[in-house]
Design a protein around this ligand. Structure first.
Ligand code: UD1
Length: 421
């Protein structure tokens, strides 16, 4: 079994370059199924989740090839399969976003229910509600779901999202691009990854307006053509390195980051005592003396504090002086890292979706399990400031979402290495 060994060895120093955003690349890869022509995507991060999506596209008969390490060429003109393989679907929940493009392009889509990170119920009712609003008929069986467009194809419709779900907004947006007439998504998710997807769809000839606000308007078109697109930088990867630098008391320049995408993190890092400098070439320099103060966070949909940063920020709070507080409002089961951080000497008490953290002077190295992707990152960060050696198991979670994580950390002077047991 693989594990990552981390030995706390002082402040991080140097420069790290952020990769393309996993959560933008995944739906954009799915959206390339809509194109009748060649799509070229640049700044695609090297992650196992991306590999799974590439396998999904190939299984649907798209041609996919790497032009170089981070550039993918996709030709979906021959896509004719409407059923996504269950094993791939089970390995990654985000594969569900191929439903919208398939339904729109081929008139039907079938899949098993998605797997992915183990952070709560994660239903797909809002995705299905959107497809229904476009006239699709939904057939749900235990563990499987099918959607079928009416005779003559999908029709534009109006859908109100009870919660601004990122995946549902993307799926409905994609389904609506080839529908007849206008679709309005109300209370849509506003994440930067939604905007990136809309930009890509528009490059392919779609007519999407309002992405990044609560109301998205999609005027259906007959056909989409190929396009070239560069994926936005990964804001979650960027903030993970910013938090790591603040915790270790170092000075790190994080390059290829759009600061407007991580305002809540910058504000909170400032509150706990780190200093931040935004440069005009998309970099942020973080400086810290490692003596951090307690604070409060509450996760919310964008532009609020991202749930995908909650675990990493909690790792920071474990060594911040005083009583910190976390409220998780996006996922109902996203405190699995608490038990693992506690093994390292963190003092955390949870009550439902709330956690109180009393900062300790020093964590202690331990054997811990990455319970999900961001929890895994939080444990590595904790290891960086712990006394002795930390071994983080279930490394595959980290490989889903961090492009060459250990290598990038080592570049900043961290003592981080991967071993097989
Ligand atoms: C995406 C991100 C994930 C991030 C999350 C919230 C990707 C690949 N993943 O996940 O990293 O943590 O946004 O920012 O982009 N919900 C429903 N019904 C639905 C859909 C969602 O009730 O049909 C609920 C979920 O259970 C959850 C909340 O809405 O409590 C947020 O989920 P959603 O925004 O859909 O997250 P994902 O798109 O799965």
């Amino acid at each position: 079994m693989e594990y990552i060994r981390v030995r706390g060895n002082g402040p991080l120093h140097g420069t790290v370059t952020i990769s393309g955003a996993k959560n933008a690349a995944l739906p954009i890869l799915a959206a390339s199924l809509l194109a009748d022509g060649e799509v070229v995507l640049d700044q695609v991060p090297r992650l196992s989740d991306i590999e799974i999506m590439v396998e999904v596209l190939k299984a649907l008969h798209a041609e996919v090839e790497y032009l170089d390490d981070e550039t993918l060429r996709i030709d979906a003109s021959k896509v004719d399969v409407t059923e996504t393989p269950g094993d791939l679907m089970n390995r990654m929940r985000a594969s569900f976003v191929v439903m919208g493009p398939l339904l729109s392009r081929l008139g039907e889509a079938h899949t098993s229910m998605p797997g992915g990170c183990n952070i709560g119920e994660r239903p797909v009712d809002l995705h299905l509600k959107g497809f229904q609003a476009l006239g699709a008929e939904i057939d749900e069986e235990p563990g499987a779901v099918s959607a079928k467009a009416p005779q003559g194809g999908l029709k534009g419709g109006r859908v109100y999202m009870d919660f601004p779900s990122v995946g549902a907004t993307q799926n409905i947006m994609m389904a609506a691009t080839l529908a007849d007439g206008e679709t309005i998504i109300e209370n849509a998710a506003k994440e930067p990854e939604i905007v990136d997807l809309a930009n890509f769809l528009n490059k392919m000839g779609a007519r999407v307006r309002g992405a990044g606000t609560s109301n998205i308007y999609i005027e259906g078109v007959k056909k989409l053509h190929g396009a070239k697109h560069t994926i936005i930088p990964d804001r979650i990867e960027a903030l993970t390195f910013l938090i790591a630098a603040a915790m270790t008391g170092g000075e790190v320049r994080v390059e290829n980051v759009l600061s407007d995408h991580i305002r809540p993190i910058l504000a909170k890092l400032g509150e706990v005592g780190a200093s931040l400098e935004e440069t005009d070439d998309d970099a942020i320099i973080v400086r810290s003396n490692g003596r951090l103060k307690a604070t409060k966070i509450r996760t919310l949909p964008y532009p609020g504090f991202p749930t995908d940063a909650q675990a990493q920020f909690m790792a920071l709070m474990t060594i911040a002086q005083g009583q910190s507080h976390v409220e998780e409002t996006v996922f109902e089961n996203r405190f699995m890292h608490v038990k693992e951080l506690s093994r390292m000497g963190a003092l955390i008490v949870t009550d439902g979706n709330q956690a109180s953290i009393r900062g300790v002077d020093r964590l202690k190295g331990a054997k811990v399990n990455a319970t999900d992707l961001r929890a895994g990152a939080a444990l590595v960060l904790a290891g960086l400031v712990a006394e002795g050696e930390t071994q983080v198991f279930n490394v595959f979670h980290l490989d889903r979402g961090y492009d060459r994580f250990e290598e990038k950390l080592r570049g900043l002077g961290a003592d981080v290495e991967r071993f097989s047991e």
